[in-house]
Design a protein around this ligand. Structure first.
Ligand SMILES: [Zn+2]
Ligand SMILES: [Zn+2]
Length: 257
């Protein structure tokens, strides 16, 4: 399985608390000898952001002290998705962007919606997209954006029990039991986005979402990638602890490389 990592080292120096986890990501890359591509290898047209957010919201984001890191994070996602033309799997570590950002407003530490950006770039060439969201929070912004698009399936493990056709929220305790069936469904799509919220892993450690579970999901991604032509994007997001980031990054890479 051909994979690429897109990462911008300057993001970690931002004053935003969530950027600190990137030190752990970088350490994992170094120790495993994994090379990454910087987002700037491709030009990023800011206009793309207006497909997913209002101009007012982006103008507001620009005044935010950590906008530089947030913008780079979006750029990383853009470049990673574009590189899926050549690779089966792209992995990005983000900060300041996230699944909570709504079209018109910020939520949590999400100032630009990276999942929606990925969907908006993918959807012409890969219309059927499955999103597996294992963050502890519900991805409001993604649900808002994809609500009326039946081609987009969302499997969200946010501790709610709700389902509306192709959009499903489940209790996180069901994750382990449902990995097989979720991946069976995901396999019928053109692309898969795994929004790996590290916060769920930090807060639910040694309950249902543990390292074994993480490893199983990574194995399923590898299995699916070798059996089908599905393109996969992993967005490593959420959480603040750089040691946890380092540990889970190593875990995922150990399965995928
Ligand atoms: Zn979260
Ligand atoms: Zn949910």
């Amino acid at each position: 399985m051909e994979f690429v990592v897109v990462y911008s080292p300057e993001m970690k120096e931002s004053n935003l608390a969530v950027c600190r986890r990137l030190y752990g990501f970088e350490k994992a890359l170094k120790e495993l000898g994994i090379e990454y591509k910087e987002p700037e290898i491709l030009e990023f047209d800011e206009e793309l952001l207006y497909q997913i957010h209002s101009r007012e919201m982006i103008d507001k984001s620009k005044k935010f002290f950590a906008f530089k890191a947030t913008f780079k994070s979006a750029w990383c996602v853009y470049t990673a998705v574009k590189l899926l033309d050549e690779y089966d799997l792209a992995i990005v570590a983000t900060a300041g962007t996230g699944h909570n950002a709504m079209r018109d407003r910020f939520r949590g530490y999400s100032f630009i919606n990276d999942v929606n950006l990925a969907i908006s770039i993918m959807k012409d060439s890969m219309p059927r997209i499955a999103v597996i969201d294992t963050d502890i929070h519900h991805g409001d912004g993604v649900f808002e954006y994809a609500a009326y698009n039946d081609n987009i399936s969302i499997f969200c493990f946010c501790n709610r029990e709700e389902s509306h056709e192709s959009k499903i929220c489940r209790h996180v305790s069901k994750l382990e039991d449902e990995i097989d069936s979720v991946f069976e469904d995901a396999g019928s799509h053109d692309a898969l986005i795994w929004y790996l919220g590290q916060d769920a892993f930090e807060e639910l450690h040694e309950q249902s979402f543990d390292e074994k579970c993480l490893e199983r999901i990574a194995r399923k991604i590898r299995e699916l990638g070798t059996k089908t032509r599905i393109k996969t994007l992993i967005i490593l997001s959420g959480g603040v602890d750089s040691e946890v980031t380092e540990r889970i990054s190593k875990k995922i890479f150990s399965v995928l490389i």
